[in-house]
Design a protein. Structure first.
Length: 343
């Protein structure tokens, strides 16, 4: 039986994150790891489970996935409390649980009076950075260490390409490495499927439209676009989607975002101009949430258009009248604009 992909990964993959995590867990310290979807969270989970078993550092590791378990996390952990010996509880998709702060508070109570015997490793999505308040208990910070898996740099991207080539049998010319990094922005999922298309579909690096036609690539770009539309610019820099300019790092994402608009635009407002479609899309994707003028300006510039306060004001004024039957746009003084369903 062929070994899984993660068996081909070296222990120092993800910039030595495994060693740092196990050092904390060995001291009885809870660890939180976050990564964007397609950013390596699941791969690190498999790497951790594989090497921790080989290294024999932890005699008892229990794994909880809310999509697989019928029990609630608190009940699952409660059954572990009376099991003798040191225990590591690895939890995936914690972000999907309700009342996360209350859950962390209860888990903290279950750890006492011997916290070193019950230690947690949680692997979650980007919300640990975007909504950090959800990852604290009410009376405890719970996690001693928080790590974020950044998009790969060029060196790490090359390493992934070469490991993938060995595992899948792909043939990727070394001269293409830099361009693959530029197209992907260092996102592991994009790196993988760009390489797959190059080898299996003979896609050339200048045929961006072919990459955008790949459902797996489009799925990832759609996720990134939602983040671009909904997250604060500073958060997007920390996540590694934007550089300090701020500009979109991935050339594929930059192209995808320039052409992006909500499907509802074509359905309801086919006569809107290109810029009107974009501004409506930005507001619609944040429906019932205030969008600052600065955020609208950043999005407009990312889509390849010049931005000014006056231009945004005039644009929104035109859109208002054209969508008035179904939606209304309210100006919130000192904060921005809010799109709501018309009464």
């Amino acid at each position: 039986m062929r070994k899984g992909y993660y068996h081909y990964l070296p222990k120092d993959y993800f910039d030595g994150l495994y060693e740092r995590v196990v050092a904390k867990l060995a001291r009885g310290q809870n660890v939180l790891i976050s990564a964007m979807r397609g950013g390596g969270g699941k791969t690190f989970l498999n790497l951790f489970l594989n090497f921790s078993k080989k290294d024999g550092l932890f005699p008892k590791i229990y794994y909880y996935d809310p999509e697989l378990e019928s029990k609630k996390l608190v009940d699952f952990v409660g059954e572990m409390v009376n099991v003798s010996g040191k225990k590591i509880i690895v939890v995936r998709l914690f972000e999907n649980l309700e009342n996360k702060r209350e859950v962390l508070e209860t888990l903290n109570s279950l750890r006492h009076p011997f916290p070193e015997k019950l230690t947690f490793l949680l692997i979650v999505n980007h919300t640990a950075l975007a909504e950090p308040e959800d990852y604290f208990g009410y009376s405890t910070q719970f996690f001693s260490e928080r790590f974020y898996i950044q998009p790969f740099n060029l060196k790490e991207t090359i390493r992934m390409i070469e490991i993938n080539s060995k595992f899948y049998g792909w043939r990727i010319n070394e001269r293409n490495y830099n361009k693959i990094y530029a197209l992907s922005g260092g996102n592991p999922r994009l790196i993988k499927y760009i390489c797959k298309d190059i080898d299996e579909k003979q896609a050339t690096l200048d045929s961006i439209s072919k990459f955008l036609a790949n459902p797996a690539i489009k799925f990832q770009l759609d996720y990134f676009t939602k983040l671009l539309l909904q997250e604060k610019t500073e958060n997007l820099k920390v996540l590694g989607i934007l550089d300090e300019k701020p500009r979109i790092k991935s050339e594929l994402l930059a192209k995808y975002f320039v052409d992006y608009q909500s499907r509802i635009v074509d359905e309801l407002y086919p006569t809107l101009t290109n810029l009107e479609r974009k501004i409506f899309t930005y507001l619609y994707e944040n429906k019932n949430r205030i969008v600052s003028v600065d955020k609208l300006g950043d999005l407009t510039e990312m889509a390849g258009h010049e931005f000014s306060l006056w231009a945004i004001y005039k644009l929104i004024s035109r859109v208002k009248s054209k969508i008035a039957k179904l939606f209304k746009i309210r100006a919130i003084k000192g904060q921005g604009y809010l799109l709501e369903t018309a009464n």
